[in-house]
Each structure stands twice: as structure tokens, then as C-alpha cells.
Design a protein around this ligand. Structure first.
Ligand code: FES
Length: 322
């Protein structure tokens, strides 16, 4: 039986006679629960569509206890607090600013520290939302990786007036109120095969997190990082670039799109990848950049033989192509 969960939209296939809570746990979901006998109501959910049976009573709508109830038809349940496999709970943290410095290319590296006893939980490659003074939220990829514990790193491009105001706010208040984690372009599980990481500009922050996670985890498969910028001076300093150059399985490429003859490669990222790879099969591709860059890269690599399912990017979620 198909059970659709709201608000997440997740769909669970339950076996005949299986209770909601038992089925969700069998499928790897983390669910609110305690007594498991109908007393505490922690596992409560709202039956929005379908039929269910609880303690011999048939229900067509209303509250039920998922530890006791079983579906009698395909159903829709409003069930809060359920986390999909690998999903981490979101938290709001007031982090202390420990460093905010210009690192070239109009980019600022911002380092934050979460409060003692409140370890931020996220997967490498996820992002956070930073609260502005006016209440608006701005998304920034986490450049740090989970092994750095309470310390979080962001790369912020300060070319727009709004971003400059945000940096001034951070430096004035010395505190950043953030919500995390968000995004499903992450490395909750390391793949059993090579990685191809594509970053445009400060899209590097997300790839920085992925590469640092690979380094900390002893990932042995090849990692190919392509970092693109319009001009050579747009490449900013990365604290771990020299460490990555020492890693035998890591291959670093910097590619400039608007200026040839700078001493390095020129062109677009997907052109560099197509020059280097005759066969894209087996690559796990992660990409970060503008929607236009991501979809141009996707199209070019699919044309070169990549299966679309090989590529992951946050753009696919926040700017889906019709
Ligand atoms: S877990 Fe206590 S009522 Fe279901």
C-alpha cells in the first residue's frame, strides 16, 4: 500500500497488515516514538485521505497513533517530525563570528563557531540559511565539512550591495543566526567510484566541503575538481588547495572562460571535461553554479554520453527546468 507523507511528500510502500510506524522504520525513516502502545501520543499523525484501522476501529479521517494503526488503502498522512533515511533534523543556531577576511576575487571567507553543546549536524555539500537584519534569509553553501565540528566556513562574494550589507552586519554584530542543514546534493555516503566536481566561482564552497570530506574520510577513488572563473583574478585563496595538490588521487584544474593566455586553461568547464574524458561512464558528478551554467553543463555532458542521473546539483531542486 502506498502511503504519502505530508508535508515531505515522501511515499512509503507498506506491506499488508503492517502498522504505519513499523513500515516507516523498516524503510529506514526516523520517526517520533516512545511507548509504542498508544499511550504517549508522540507518534500521532493525521489521516487526510484513505482508510486505516486502529485497535479494531476503522478510520477515514482524523488523528491516529501510527504505532497502532495500519492502512486499509492507499493513504495520505500528515505526520510531522519524520526524517527520511540520511536526513538530518534542522536547527537554528546563533553562531559566533571568529573570522571574516577578504581572500581575493571580491570573496570573503567567513568562519563561524556554533555554541558549545550544539554541534551542527550536516552532510558535506549541504547549505545553510543566514538570517539578515531585515528578517530575509540568504542561502550559502557550507564550505566546511562535518569533521570540523562546531566550526563552519562560508565563501561570500561581495559584489552586490546586499551582500556587502550582510558582511557589515556580521562584523558589527559578531553573531550569525543560521538555520541548517538544507540541500540534497551531498555526500552522506561516499560513492564506490570516481568523483567529478564542477564549480563556478563561489560554487567552489560546496566542492570545498565535498573534497575536505573525502580527504578526512580517506576516500581512495579519483577526484577530479574543475574550478571555473571568468578571469584569473577571480580565483580566490583556499586554505586547503596546497593539501589537495599533495593527494595522489586528487586532480585539480582551474579554467578561465573570458581570457586565454593567462598561463592556464581557458574555455568552459564542460569543454575542459570533454577534452579530458573520452568516456564519462561511472563518474559521480557534482556541480555548483548558476542555473544557466548548470543546465549548459548538463546538456553538454549528456551529449558526450553521460546519463543525466549521474549529475547532482542544488539547481535541479531550486530552479527546475520545465
Ligand atoms: S509511540 Fe506512544 S502512542 Fe505511539
Amino acid at each position: 500500500m502506498r502511503i504519502t507523507l505530508q508535508p515531505s511528500g515522501a511515499v512509503l510502500e507498506l506491506q499488508p497488515g503492517e502498522r504505519f510506524l513499523d513500515g516507516a522504520r523498516r524503510l529506514g525513516y526516523d520517526c517520533p516514538q516512545s511507548c509504542r502502545n498508544g499511550n504517549c501520543h508522540i507518534c500521532s499523525a493525521l489521516l487526510l485521505q484513505g482508510r486505516a484501522r486502529q485497535a479494531g476501529v476503522e478510520l477515514e479521517h482524523g488523528e491516529l497513533q501510527t504505532c497502532l494503526a495500519e492502512p486499509l488503502s492507499d493513504s495520505v498522512l500528515q505526520w510531522y517530525g519524520v526524517l527520511a533515511p540520511g536526513e538530518l533534523p534542522r536547527r537554528r543556531l546563533a553562531c559566533q563570528l571568529i573570522d571574516c577576511c577578504a581572500v581575493g576575487g571580491d570573496v570573503w571567507r567567513v568562519r563561524l563557531r556554533a555554541p558549545a553543546g550544539k554541534l551542527p549536524r550536516y552532510h558535506a555539500g549541504q547549505y545553510l540559511l543566514l538570517e539578515r537584519a531585515d528578517g530575509e534569509l540568504s542561502a550559502f553553501s557550507l564550505a566546511s565539512a562535518p569533521h570540523t565540528g562546531r566550526e563552519l566556513e562560508l565563501h561570500i562574494l561581495a559584489r552586490e550591495p546586499g551582500t556587502q550589507v550582510l558582511l557589515e552586519q556580521l562584523q558589527r554584530e559578531q553573531v550569525a543566526r543560521v538555520q541548517l542543514p538544507f540541500g540534497d546534493t551531498h555526500l552522506a555516503e561516499l560513492p564506490d567510484g570516481p568523483l567529478l566536481l564542477l564549480a563556478a566561482g563561489t560554487g567552489m564552497a560546496q566542492m570545498h566541503s565535498l573534497l575536505e570530506h573525502c580527504r578526512a574520510s580517506g576516500f581512495r577513488h579519483p577526484v577530479h575538481l574543475y574550478w571555473g572563473a571568468r578571469r584569473p583574478e577571480d580565483f580566490y585563496q583556499l586554505a586547503h588547495w596546497a593539501d589537495w595538490e599533495q593527494m595522489a588521487n586528487v586532480h585539480l584544474h582551474r579554467v578561465v572562460s573570458d581570457q586565454c593566455g593567462w598561463g592556464g586553461r581557458c574555455g568552459l568547464l564542460h569543454q575542459a571535461v570533454r577534452e579530458d574524458f573520452a568516456d564519462l561512464a561511472g563518474l559521480h558528478v557534482y556541480a555548483s553554479g548558476s542555473p544557466a551554467m548548470i543546465y549548459a553543463t548538463l546538456d553538454a555532458l549528456v551529449e558526450a554520453g553521460m546519463d543525466p542521473s549521474q549529475m547532482r546539483a542544488d539547481v535541479f531542486a531550486y530552479a527546475p527546468r520545465s
